[in-house]
Design a protein around this ligand. Structure first.
Ligand SMILES: [Zn+2]
Ligand SMILES: [Zn+2]
Length: 194
């Protein structure tokens, strides 16, 4: 799906909203700049790692805000420790502890038939293989537990609402860029009725 289609779905014709969304990845990058040399001290490699960071206070001082500090440190942890969790298949992010909202689906053409893999894509930058038809919030499994929503103009995007807990996640086919990823997470919240 195109970036324009996602901007249209999130913002309609509102110029300010469009600009904000289109610039969101750049904004985050510029904010993260001072953290490029920050080294989180991790007590033990027990997920979620963000809870094991012993020098959070200095990160908070650097960011001037607790939530921003957690995001920045999570990004650093994802860079530094992603290889330690190559086999991860949990319902939450082993780096920052978030429940995933966005999943990317990639199709591969094999010798006989096409296969597809599904990857949870966390805002901290960590991603991991994830099962089909499973709710990451409550663990409900099976397609009968999901209501599926489509949005006009967003091809290859499917929103799923779990009928057990109401949690909404979104699957997107292909390689959406960062702006599209932001937009899809926001749209999932709309679908969830927030
Ligand atoms: Zn994460
Ligand atoms: Zn659920």
């Amino acid at each position: 799906m195109s970036r324009e289609a996602v901007l249209e779905a999130v913002c309609g014709g509102e110029a300010e909203c469009r600009e904000e969304l289109a610039n969101a990845p750049k904004e985050v990058e510029s904010f993260l700049g001072p953290f490029s040399t920050f080294v989180p001290i991790v007590g033990e490699l027990k997920p979620p790692l963000i809870e094991r960071v012993e020098n959070m206070a200095s990160a908070e001082a650097l960011a001037g805000d607790r939530e921003l500090a957690r995001l920045a440190v999570s990004r650093r942890l994802a860079e530094l420790y992603r290889d330690k969790f190559g086999e991860w298949e949990g319902d939450f992010c082993p780096i920052c502890g978030r429940t995933p909202v966005l999943f990317l689906v990639r199709r591969q053409q094999g010798p006989l038939f096409e296969t597809a893999s599904k990857t949870a894509k966390c805002v901290c930058g960590f991603s991991w293989r994830y099962r089909w038809w499973r709710c990451p919030n409550c663990g409900a499994e099976g397609r009968e537990n999901f209501e599926v929503f489509l949005r006009e103009g967003l091809e290859g995007v499917f929103f799923y609402r779990c009928s057990k807990c109401g949690y909404v996640h979104v699957e997107a086919y292909g390689e959406p860029d960062e702006v599209v990823q932001y937009g899809l997470r926001i749209l999932a919240r709309y679908v969830a009725g927030d």
